[in-house]
Design a protein. Structure first.
Length: 77
């Protein structure tokens, strides 16, 4: 049974691959000017969330762990 508390929002992608985030998404993620988004590709779909400010992500320096095999191996941690 689908989660009845889930809300849905839609946006259209332009010819330049740009989109406008719906107000409900901006509000839920507390996104403002100059904030960054993080896109995580998973077997179940894409997760979008507010990225930590640069320099605050403790794993940002470990780019050698940024491959799909590592994502799968460490997904449950």
């Amino acid at each position: 049974m689908p989660d009845q508390s889930a809300r849905t929002a839609h946006s259209q992608v332009s010819v330049k691959s740009q989109t406008v985030l719906p107000a409900a998404v901006l509000e839920h993620l507390a996104i403002g000017p100059d904030d960054r988004l993080r896109y995580r590709i998973t077997p179940d779909g894409i997760r979008i969330d507010k990225a930590p400010p640069e320099g605050e992500d403790p794993f940002a320096a470990f780019t050698e762990w940024a491959g799909p095999i590592d994502d799968e191996d460490y997904a449950g941690l």
